[in-house]
Write a protein that binds this ligand. Sequence first.
Ligand SMILES: Nc1nc2[nH]c(O)nc2c(=O)[nH]1
Length: 263
Amino acid sequence: MTLDRFIQIKYKSDDEKVRELVSILRELGLECARTIEEHVDLQFDALKNLRGNLGDDETFIKLVVANSIVSYQLSAKGEQWWWEFSHYFSANPPERGIAEAYADFLPNSRTNRRLVSGKVKRLEKLEPFLERLDMDALKGYYFGGMERLRDDLARALGSKRSAKTVVFAVKMFGYAGRIAFGEFVPYPMGIEIPDDVRINAYTKRFTNEPPVSFWKKVAEKTGIPPLHIDSILWPVLGGNPEVLRRLEEHCEESDAVLGLASL
Ligand SMILES: Nc1nc2[nH]c(O)nc2c(=O)[nH]1
């Protein structure tokens, strides 16, 4: 029995809806994902703001990776958390280690208040890896080969390569690299979608298959890597009015994008 056939039997999909999803995503393509990332996603603006205020690209990129690793069990929307992060570190650049900076930041955070000591411990685990990185490694080795970052982050944290915070850190590193290096590098096809509550709930509209394997197949059918698919879905599913306004302003295909929310 082929793997596809096995998956078909094990998991049930609403084939018509999946066809519609694939057809919309094909029509949108990678360029639309890039437009949404750079002109619609409020998280991208939060990073641009931080980079402008810090004036130190190495610290900027390391902070973005660190922040992604503690982006779970939030107490507010992701966009609000990333703006709180941007404001905080614009005013309080880390003076000693990153884990120590978060030990000051998180207990007073409005948008990331849960599991604080566990989050600081994760950063203590990550810190030796971050300390070894310089701009050559960040640009030449990781921006040009983002699977390497996923693998090395997973190893440093003792997590699975597909863990939500690991692949999400690659997504935000891609944003930070674009801002710092002024260059667009598409995400690799082989990096999984971040399997979080929003994506998980949306996946259930199409199938009972696990999100990571479902979106891998959608990525192959549409030619859009999973992390870029996440960028198309994430702002639309959040329903933030400011995001929807920006979508209409910047994205020619905004109707098709919004159509995804009603599938
Ligand atoms: N799948 C995603 N999860 C997220 N969490 C967060 O804070 N931002 C994101 C995101 O862009 N995608």
